[in-house]
Design a protein around this ligand. Structure first.
Ligand SMILES: [Zn+2]
Length: 385
């Protein structure tokens, strides 16, 4: 399919007080540049935008995206100037041409946001780091000519956004399991940065950017080379990096009137069904929680607690919780898990009247309704295939 990236049609920034304020903050970052000085607070600038997008469930309504896009009046992101938006579009466009799945576009954008705030630095500002990804000729980046007639120096090549993006993707695709692993881990494997965890802070914003540029492709997958984008099926990892933990009908919902303290949803699945990590992260809880002290037998409505359960910390203050497992979980505290990794099996331990998965999603510790939360990440709960 055609890819239409048209720099000349990039819209002039819409001027309003909020936008100006954000642009001023970005401006300060750029002046302070090397971009390192502003890293502590720039993700905060965008987090409000990302959250409001999620609240409006825009991502969920967008479908699963499309190949080919234009950067025009329809695409605006508060806080991004025209050059930043254009560079983002170039990164996504190169990923599409190379048939990299959408998860790769999110990882590439998060990396470039961290390295350059999507400004193309054509002159080295930090050692010999150049361009959107701050790649270094002294580390071998830029040595390969783009074509037989490419006589540019490595630094000149790396200052070309299309070239730099292609080289990023080439190395990304060589990382085993890259689309299931934590973004920080994969970006670090490509970039070898001194501050690997900083990439992760941009994951939500990078996801938003991909969705805006491609009408929701962060909700989709490209299963094999040449396929069009389609919605992720259970077990597949979306561009946003999420998958469904267990495929089944949703029984009791989030805080219904008769159960206002029910902080998650109950997915009705048979005993011993494998429970999958909804996204990559680090295990922060793996234990038995039952007022009887015994999770190896079925609980009941008079028993308090989650039973055998696991909790995972993802990026951006997000956590997920999986309760009532039939036996001790398969993962331990401190362990890094990839998206879709088996965590344990369904049971009825703790406060449970029959086998099911009680699944919670939390933002900064506060439980939120998993139905829109998962839909916004392209991995809706329920029985839909
Ligand atoms: Zn429940």
């Amino acid at each position: 399919m055609a890819i239409d990236v048209r720099p000349e049609t990039a819209a002039p920034p819409e001027q309003n007080p909020n936008r100006l304020k954000k642009l001023v903050i970005i401006g300060i970052c750029v002046i302070a540049a090397g971009s390192l000085l502003c890293l502590g607070f720039t993700p905060m600038v965008f987090s409000g935008i990302v959250q409001s997008m999620r609240d409006s469930a825009e991502n969920a309504q967008e479908g699963c995206g499309s190949l080919g896009f234009t950067v025009d009046d329809d695409v605006k992101i508060d806080g991004l100037a025209a050059d930043q938006l254009q560079n983002a579009a170039t990164i996504v466009g190169v990923g599409q041409k190379m048939q990299v799945p959408p998860r790769g576009w999110v990882i590439a954008l998060a990396t470039a946001l961290q390295e350059s705030l999507l400004h193309n630095y054509t002159v080295a500002t930090d050692h010999d780091s150049v361009g959107l990804f701050q790649q270094r000729p002294s580390s071998g980046w830029g040595n390969a000519p783009a074509t037989a007639t490419d006589t540019r120096t490595p630094a000149q090549r790396l200052a070309d956004p299309s070239y730099a993006s292609a080289k990023f993707y080439e190395k990304l695709l060589r990382q085993p399991g890259w689309n299931q692993r934590r973004l920080a881990e994969v970006a670090q494997a490509v970039q070898i940065s001194a501050f690997p965890e900083r990439y992760a802070r941009w994951e939500s914003f990078a996801t938003l950017l991909v969705n805006r540029l491609t009408k929701g492709a962060a909700n989709g997958v490209v299963a094999t080379q040449g396929d069009p984008i389609r919605c992720a099926t259970p077990g597949q990892i979306t561009g946003a990096g999420w998958t469904v933990p267990a495929l089944g009908q949703v029984g009791s919902g989030f805080r219904p009137p008769d159960r206002p303290s029910h902080q998650g949803v109950d997915i009705i699945v048979p005993r011993f069904t494998v429970i999958h990590a909804a996204s990559a992260g680090i295990v922060i809880t793996s234990k038995c929680n039952a007022s009887t002290g015994n999770c190896d037998v079925d609980g009941g409505i008079s028993v308090k607690g989650c039973g055998w359960y696991v909790e995972i910390a993802h990026t951006s203050g997000l956590t997920t919780r999986y309760c009532h497992m039939v036996e001790r979980p398969l993962v331990q505290v401190g362990q890094t898990v990839v998206a879709g990794q088996p965590l344990g099996r369904v049971g009825s331990s703790g406060n449970s009247s029959g086998p099911h998965l009680h699944f919670e999603t939390r933002v900064n510790g506060d439980a939120v309704n998993p139905i829109p939360f998962m839909a916004a990440r392209g991995a809706p709960l329920g029985t839909r295939q």
